[in-house]
Ligand binder design. Structure first.
Ligand SMILES: Nc1ncnc2c1ncn2[C@@H]1O[C@H](COP(=O)(O)OP(=O)(O)OP(=O)(O)O)[C@@H](O)[C@H]1O
Ligand SMILES: [Mg+2]
Length: 227
């Protein structure tokens, strides 16, 4: 008789989507909701998440890997992810702590793969190696018109006291963000068992509620827990 595979003692949830759609905001809100239900969780992010992976993140974000091309960058992201999975994600899940990550493997597929031109077989192979069996249990893909997301990012920069350079999106840039948006939607439909697309064009509170509906109906252990 086939044995039912043992479920991990905790859940791994990732948030994906384009820039400024509200991922970081909703990761924080979800962890607060989980804590209110008595669920311990950790917040993490990609690229990065551990000291070694953060070192690779800053190397890439400073533009130091650019000359090597998107393929080499995908390999570097995979090296960072391997450390993140082995040092943070795996150990927390094994001890029963939920993990919520602000971006994960689908961002590599969308940025280096669909919009960066790295071939699928490299992305697929790196994903298998770096995940080491730690696929997310649920991925929330936040979806919205990139022009509205851009306006949010501009407002965030002003709130953070940063200098805002340029107050409009160049046409080419909009097109690139539209391609990225459709890339995430394609990834979600190819992985429908894991990904749920939610419109991010709603208030922070309404979006939090929509995400909670998905999370709480997906995981039976959350049902019937006192708030
Ligand atoms: N539902 C919402 N409605 C309006 N503004 C929002 C909403 N969610 C987040 N914001 C604001 O939009 C900005 C971007 O949100 P946030 O930083 O969470 O997005 P992000 O997806 O993490 O962005 P990035 O891709 O740059 O990391 C912030 O200033 C945030 O306060
Ligand atoms: Mg963010």
């Amino acid at each position: 008789m086939l044995e039912t595979p043992q479920r991990r003692p905790a859940r791994f949830i990732t948030f994906e989507g384009g820039e400024g759609v509200g991922k970081s905001t909703q990761v924080r809100r979800l962890l607060t909701r989980l804590a209110n239900k008595g669920i311990e969780g950790v917040r993490t992010r990609e690229p990065g998440g551990t000291p070694k992976a953060e070192a690779i993140r800053s190397f890439i974000l400073q533009g130091r890997s650019e000359a090597w091309g998107a393929g080499a960058e995908a390999v570097l992201f995979a090296a960072a992810r391997l450390d993140h999975v082995n040092q943070l994600i795996g150990p927390n899940l094994e001890k029963g702590t939920w993990v919520v990550s602000d971006r994960f493997c689908d961002s590599t597929r969308a940025y280096q793969g669909l919009t960066g031109g790295v071939e699928d077989r490299l992305i697929d192979a790196l994903e298998v190696l770096a995940l080491d069996g730690h696929s997310p249990d649920l991925t929330i893909v936040l979806d919205m018109d990139p022009v509205i997301a851009f306006e949010r990012v501009q407002r965030r920069a002003v709130e953070d006291g940063l200098q805002v350079t340029g107050d409009r999106f160049e046409k080419e840039e909009i097109e690139w963000h539209r391609r990225l948006r459709h890339g995430f939607l394609d990834i979600a439909s190819a992985n429908a068992y894991r990904c749920v697309v939610i419109s991010a064009e709603q208030s922070e509170e309404a979006l939090e509620e929509a995400i909670w509906d998905v999370v709480s109906s997906r995981f039976p252990e959350l049902q019937g827990r006192a708030a």
